[in-house]
Design a protein around this ligand. Sequence first.
Ligand code: ATP
Ligand code: MG
Length: 560
Amino acid sequence: MSKRELPAASNFIRSIIDEDLSQGLNDGRVATRFPPEPNGYLHIGHVKSICLNFGIADDYSGSCNLRFDDTNPDKESPEFVAAIKEDVQWMGFEWKRLCFASDYFEQLYGFAEELISKGKAYVCDLNAGEIRAYRGTLTEPGRDSPYRDRPVEENLDLFRRMRAGEFEDGSRVLRAKIDMASPNINLRDPTLYRIRKGATHHQTGEAWPIYPMYDFTHTLSDALEGITHSLCTLEFEDHRPLYDWFLENIEVPTRPRQYEFGRLNLEYTVLSKRRLTELVSQGIVDGWDDPRMPTIAGIRRRGFPAEALRDFCTRIGVTKSDGMVEMAMLENSVREALDAAAPRAMAVLNPLRVVIDNYPEGKREELVAANHPKDASMGERNLTFTRELYIDRNDFMEQAPNKKYKRLTLGGEVRLRNGYVIRCDEAVRSEAGEITELRCSYDPATLGANPEGRKVKGVIHWVSAEVGVAAEIRLYDRLFNVPIPGADGDWTRDLNPESLVTVQGIVEPFLAQAEPETRFQFEREGYFCVDSRDSTPERPVFNRTITLRDTWEKISQRAD
Ligand code: ATP
Ligand code: MG
């Protein structure tokens, strides 16, 4: 654990575990699991669950399995399986076992036969619409299926024939026999198995024409793996009685317990897999790892460090209610991590050519710059100073607009960061009136020294025009421009049209050689990283991870 990382805060789940341990439950074992369905990429909401499950395993010397909850062959794929594994590893966690619910299909089938044999499950021939109609509502009890009292032998025969592939999709299901009048709809004879012939499953191929349903699979997978604390989000609270019913009515090797915690919801983004899938399939973003996506793959490509995500999860904590978390909280964790860890460099995003007339043509000087103002261990680098350089267009105005303006003006002076003080003598314009070049002069006595007899307050960044490298710089911003997209209808109307602005900049030459995903602070501009997909040393591409300060705070204050 690095110095910055906070110790895990206590929460109600840890209190439960402490209590269980003090009573000697589960022989003092703590076993958790993270159970994604491989039907999409993991997002920042999953990060909360990952940090909770793996974090508990680490802190209690326990174990955490990565289990793919793969009972839906139509929506799942090996691409998603591979991405999820990579994301969990990138977050810095190690699973004890890599499991697939489909590994247990044979055992689950056996558990289903056990329930049938005990008279606790039956094959039902109602179709989906009829099952729904018989189920009743929150205020009305359900009605028994006409197939509810089928004899055990007939149920066993039909279920075996379902497995043998004799029946068509939707013609029959296996249901638990619990209570059609239960106030909890989940207990009104829930479906345990459905027929899905013709589907090819990414793990089991065509071996199974029937697939177990989520609640059944999940509970029994927990029991088979010896999970002690099965942590899930609040919407499963109403499923807990069913979870317990399975464990009470089936001979299981271990007795896990389910506990629910609040989902993470984050402002200025969407976290449902359905919406994220839409963003990708409609081409609104450039794939699951688009740096604007709240997916782990996107966040990583954007340049957020895993450490910042873990820190964020510690800060938001784990509670028994769903909450909306401000994007600024995540961004603050990112800024803090990057401020400490990212070496500084200079990049000019809107280049304006500067010629220093009193600097000898062809001369090159190697100046020295610290890589981090607060961390000498990051060392120093050379900065090449030449007669022609670039500064940012935004750092020049012919006349200062007000007294606070400290950048370069016509006739005014400014210090070039890590270099000399220069004065602007002339702004050269094109025929169209656009400033194309600044003619300047420099004061040779000002390298690392204050100028004689005058004060120069402004410091601006620059890059030598002779050695600087052209780079594509992608300025990413929040994907939505309102805190709760879709609050007034169509969420796609809340997309931020300026979530990506691409500029052609000039960067220090060493930056072009940096490895993909390396992060830097471009001084005065923000934090950037080398794009992992498109960057090459010949044509470097940088992604803006985040600005130096929160520019949205002002906007939301204005809107209030
Ligand atoms: P979605 O509802 O968007 O499809 P999901 O919950 O179905 O997502 P799973 O792959 O089933 O996605 O989730 C794996 C685990 O991650 C589950 O235990 C789930 O509770 C947890 N999880 C998913 N979204 C969040 C969230 N926003 N906050 C906290 N935990 C989450
Ligand atoms: Mg799910």
